[in-house]
Design a binder for this molecule. Sequence first.
Ligand SMILES: Nc1ncnc2c1ncn2[C@@H]1O[C@H](COP(=O)(O)OP(=O)(O)OP(=O)(O)O)[C@@H](O)[C@H]1O
Length: 254
Amino acid sequence: MSVIAENLSWGVKRRMIVQDVSLSVAPGETLGLIGPNGSGKSSLLRLLAGLRRPASGRVEINGQNIAQVSRKALSRQVAFVQQSAATDTNVTVADVVRLGRTPHRSALAGWSEADEAAVTQALGRVEMATRRKQAWQTLSGGERQRVHIARALAQAPQVMFLDEPTNHLDIHHQIEILRMVRELDLTSVIALHDLNLAAMFCDRMVVLEAGAVRACGTPEEVLTQKILRDVFRVTAHVSGSPETGRPHIRFSPE
Ligand SMILES: Nc1ncnc2c1ncn2[C@@H]1O[C@H](COP(=O)(O)OP(=O)(O)OP(=O)(O)O)[C@@H](O)[C@H]1O
């Protein structure tokens, strides 16, 4: 499914937080959203996922304006992994992942074998299958993050929005989660701070600066010394990684 944003703007009081953003994500593509703290990545993701109404502009998912799609219909297609999703404390890991099946169930239908299989498969994909009975509140930060990703997978979406999905993860799980998202047969938009990981796993990237698109293109096109200096305020050397052929950034201490 494609995701297209046209001239999206959103703000609070007089402050514009997302400014005239247009972008498009092709079916199956992984788009990285990068930018400094406060540049509007989370706000833009919420607009794209239909969790917030833009002040102006529109979002189309699979050719449909999401303002005209019911929330339930949207949640059958779109999953959102939030940065710090609130979860009831008195539940198990499996309970949290089961919530992902809600959009697919009717009020009268019972819990089906297909629902249970989706939960089991999702837990397996994030390497949490052995923890299904563990109490949510006893999980570590990274384990919670993986369970939230499993909940989104159990939702069987065609589009996934992820807001810094790897910020609590060890390097093995950062790579595994991003590899998995890229390999899944879905369209994804991922806000990431680690620019080298973004370069490794994203097909294209959008750089946000003060709520506006500063650059958009392949990792090679976007991760230039100039952008790193102007937008991220770092001195860095960019070279092609011999293993992946993608840009690799070496940051300089001054
Ligand atoms: N509901 C709100 N009310 C007031 N200000 C808001 C609101 N939501 C976001 N902001 C402000 O908008 C700006 C962008 O926030 P946002 O969370 O989208 O940035 P971000 O790029 O995701 O940042 P980070 O990298 O720090 O997670 C920030 O300055 C934030 O304080």
